[in-house]
Design a protein. Sequence first.
Length: 301
Amino acid sequence: MRDLPPTAMLRAFEVTTRHATFTSASEELHITQSAVSHQLKNLEEMWGLQLFQRGKTLSLTPAGAALAPIIREFFTNLEATLADLKAQKGKIRLKVSTTYSFALKWLLPRLPGLSKQHPELLITLETTDKAIRFSDGEPDVAIRIGHGNYPALHSEFMFREQVFPVASPDLLKRFGTPHEPAELLRYPLLTRDGADVVPKWESWFKHAGLGISALKENVRFADTNMTIEAALLGQGIALARSGHVESEIANGSLIKLFDVSFSSPIAYYFVCPKGTESQPHVVSFRDWLLAESAEAQHRYQ
């Protein structure tokens, strides 16, 4: 740290690396040519390094070329951080926890609307599937999927999704479009292994009036987003929750098959520690979230 020079010297060096002469560098810095030359000479003496080859035009020495990108990055980061801090001035930070798939597919696309409605809110997203105890350093509020049983916490119902099969246009071109639910048995069926919250093909077939208790040769994934991505790539038909494929159905990259769907046995809930639900910034976020949820619930029915 003893070898760090004044910022003015570093700035003179950074600017001069982008110019061919001290004169042109001085014009950008709004100081005299001799002042620029003096600052750089002092910098070279302080570091014991020659930074420029002087002649009709300036060129960097190997030492100068090694230092130039580091010092340029320093000023770039400093300016960006200062701009970010100024933009945050007067805003209220709200730390929101939810699952990765929900954040990616449902919440993130809607956040610009929140910013327009409540520019004072600065949302920080944390994604995890783990239980939240809202201790120090943990999120202020959470969005969780389950059965609504959250003891000692304030919780409010958001919406319940519909579950239905989806396929890419490319897969339907290769295999043909199924006209009856039973025809899906000749297609590669994509599903996610794991928890009770995962949609099950057996439940969908039962809802469609087919008594199929087990399916063979399903292609299984460990992650919801991987399952949807595989469907987008035409690798099979996925059983999807409506909130995870909104944009894909809207842009035609996935096609909903049949009108047969069933309500997910689980739902999304807004959760926070009791007492904090009345805090103004939490109220603003919660009211916006529940309004978006009501619209989604209507669309999914």
